[in-house]
Design a protein around this ligand. Structure first.
Ligand SMILES: Cc1ncc(C[n+]2csc(CCOP(=O)(O)OP(=O)(O)O)c2C)c(N)n1
Length: 248
C-alpha cells in the first residue's frame, strides 16, 4: 500500500494536552509539515510563549526556547541575531501578543527583525480561564466580562495584524483560519510563505490564525467553528493584508 502521508518528523508522537476542538494541535502539525517539506529540522528554532501552547516544546521535535509572557519577539530577536541562518519563529496567543507583549511585537516589526510570527487568535485568554483579551469582540462574554465586553469601558478589539502590516519592516502579513480542509491548507501555505521569506532574508512576517476555544467559549467544537466564522471572522477578515513586493 502506498503511504500518502506520514507522521511529520518535526513533531513528537505523543498525545497533546489540548481540549477537544482546540486548534493548537492542527497548527502545530502544519508548522511541522512545513519544516519537513523545507528540510530545515536542524536549522529551526521556535520560541514558545505563555498560554495554552506554552508546552509546545514537548511536541515540536526541534530546538525551542521558552520565554516569558509576551516576550517571545524579543527573545526571537536575540536568537535570530545570533543564528542568522536559522529559521526562527514565535508561537503566540492573542493574550500574549496583543496584550502583555504589545510593545515587543510592535518594535520587533518596526525593526524589521527577520523572524516569523505565528499568531493564534481565539479572542480570549484560554489557559487562565477565559478572561477578556484585547481581541475579545464587543458583547462577547468572558469570565472578566460576564455581561459581555463593553466598548464604552474597555474599548474596541485590537487589529494587531493590520497595525503591524503598516510598519515598513513587515514584509508579509496574512490572516487565515482553521475551520475546514481548505482553510487549513491555506493556513499551511501562509506559514510556508512566511518561512520562505525569512530564509530569503526578507523582513518580519506574521500569520494570524483565527482559532477556537470551545472550553472557554462554552460551545461544542463544531459550534465553535461556526461561531468563529460568523463572529471572529466578521471582525477580523481573512486574507493577505500585506504581500511581499516582487524582488524585495
Ligand atoms: C506577566 C504575566 N502575566 C500573566 C500571566 C498569566 N497568564 C498565563 S497564560 C495567560 C493567557 C494567555 O492567553 P493567550 O495568549 O490568548 O493564549 P491561549 O491560552 O488562549 O492559547 C495569562 C494571562 C503570566 N504567566 N505572566
Amino acid at each position: 500500500m502506498n503511504k500518502i502521508n506520514a507522521f511529520p518528523q518535526a513533531l513528537v508522537d505523543v498525545p497533546m494536552h489540548y481540549c477537544p476542538g482546540c486548534t493548537h494541535g492542527i497548527i502545530h502539525r502544519l508548522i511541522a509539515e512545513v519544516i519537513d517539506e523545507m528540510k530545515i529540522l536542524k536549522e529551526t528554532i521556535g520560541v514558545a510563549s505563555v498560554g495554552c501552547s506554552c508546552f509546545n516544546y514537548d511536541y515540536f521535535n526541534f530546538d525551542m526556547v521558552a520565554t516569558a509572557h509576551g516576550r517571545a519577539p524579543a527573545t526571537a530577536t536575540g536568537v535570530k541575531r545570533v543564528h542568522p541562518d536559522c529559521l526562527v519563529f514565535t508561537y503566540q496567543g492573542d493574550g500574549d501578543l496583543a496584550s502583555i507583549g504589545t510593545a515587543e511585537i510592535v518594535h520587533t516589526a518596526v525593526r524589521g527583525e527577520k523572524i516569523s510570527v505565528i499568531f493564534v487568535n481565539n479572542g480570549i485568554y484560554g489557559m487562565t480561564g477565559g478572561q477578556m483579551a484585547p481581541t475579545s469582540l464587543p458583547e462577547m462574554k468572558a469570565t472578566t466580562a460576564p455581561y459581555g465586553r463593553k466598548t464604552e469601558s474597555t474599548g474596541y478589539p485590537i487589529k494587531m495584524t493590520e497595525m503591524l502590516a503598516l510598519q515598513e519592516g513587515c514584509v508579509y502579513a496574512e490572516r487565515t483560519k482553521i475551520s475546514s480542509v481548505a482553510s487549513i491548507a491555506k493556513t499551511k501555505k501562509a506559514i510556508k510563505k512566511s518561512f520562505e521569506l525569512q530564509l530569503a532574508k526578507k523582513g518580519f512576517s506574521i500569520v494570524e490564525i483565527l482559532s477556537t476555544c470551545p472550553t472557554n467559549w462554552g460551545l461544542e467544537p463544531l459550534e465553535s467553528i461556526k461561531w468563529m466564522e460568523k463572529n471572529l471572522e466578521g471582525y477580523y477578515p481573512i486574507g493577505v493584508i500585506k504581500d511581499a513586493k516582487e524582488g524585495e
